[in-house]
Design a protein around this ligand. Structure first.
Ligand SMILES: [Zn+2]
Length: 75
């Protein structure tokens, strides 16, 4: 799994590649590779903003109108 975090200080995106089991621990130690800040915000690389009123993400079945488990919006 690959996760991306944007630094709130300088805006640089830091990538973290690890298993989902390691994620929490790695996330805690993660700091911006550019400025070293720990103020990181998780971003979703595959997430494309959709018009309001659409709950389904691109990975949802097209026939479904509800959010699937991988929808960012369902979190
Ligand atoms: Zn930074």
């Amino acid at each position: 799994m690959r996760y991306e975090y944007q630094c709130l200080e300088c805006g640089v995106v830091t990538e973290l590649e690890c298993s989902i089991y390691e994620k929490d621990e790695r996330e805690r130690e993660l700091s911006c590779f550019s400025c070293g800040s720990k103020s990181l915000r998780r971003i979703f690389g595959a997430f494309i903003p959709r018009p309001r009123g659409t709950s389904a993400c691109s990975s949802c079945p097209s026939s479904s109108t509800s959010a699937c488990s991988s929808c960012p919006l369902s979190r």
